[in-house]
Design a protein around this ligand. Structure first.
Ligand code: DQA
Length: 151
C-alpha cells in the first residue's frame, strides 16, 4: 500500500482490473489511469490533516487483507470493481471496519447490465458515489471529509 505514517489517513482501495484504467474500456471508464487518480487524491488530501493510503489488487483474498489492514483508517473508500457484485468475503471484512466506508464506482452500475445492479458490499457502506468517472473518487473524498468534519 502506498503511503504510511502515524497521521490519520483515508484509505482508497481498488479491486480487480482497475490497474488497467486508461486502456480498459475507456468509453466506460475514461482515459485516466489509476496513477492519475491516486495523484489527484493525494493532491486533495495534501491540503487536509489526512494522509492517503492507496492500493489496488486483482485478488479477492488480497482485497480482504487490505481491508483488514486499514481498519484504523479514518474512512475507507473502496472501488471493489467486479467483487462488488459477488464477494460475501469482502462484505464480511468491511463489516469489521468501524469507520465509515464509502463505495465508489467510476461508472454507474445501476445504469448498466442487470448483474451490476446489486452490490453485495452495500450493507457495510455508509454511502455510494458512482457515475462521475475519475471524479467519483474526489467526490467520495469530499464526502469522507464532510463526515469527518461533522464528528
Ligand atoms: C466498477 C463497476 C463494476 O461493475 C465493474 O465490475 C468494475 C468497475 C466501476 O468503477 O465503475 O470493474 O466498479
Amino acid at each position: 500500500m502506498n503511503g504510511s505514517s502515524a497521521k490519520p489517513y483515508i484509505a482508497v482501495l481498488n479491486g480487480p482490473n482497475l490497474n488497467l484504467l486508461g486502456t480498459r474500456e475507456p468509453e466506460t471508464y475514461g482515459h485516466d489511469t489509476l496513477k492519475d487518480i491516486e495523484t489527484r487524491c493525494a493532491a486533495k488530501l495534501a491540503k487536509t490533516d489526512y494522509d492517503l493510503r492507496f492500493a489496488q489488487t486483482n485478488g479477492e483474498g488480497e482485497l480482504v487483507t487490505l481491508v483488514q489492514n486499514c481498519r484504523d483508517a479514518s474512512v475507507v473508500l473502496i472501488n471493489a470493481a467486479g467483487y462488488t457484485h459477488t464477494s460475501v468475503a469482502l462484505l464480511d471484512a468491511l463489516k469489521t471496519v468501524e469507520s465509515p466506508v464509502i463505495e465508489v464506482h467510476l461508472s454507474n452500475p445501476a445504469a448498466r447490465e442487470s448483474f451490476r445492479h446489486h452490490s453485495v458490499i452495500a450493507p457495510a457502506c455508509t454511502g455510494v458515489i458512482a457515475g462521475f468517472g475519475a471524479h467519483s473518487y474526489l467526490h467520495a473524498l469530499d464526502a469522507a471529509l464532510a463526515l469527518l468534519d461533522a464528528r
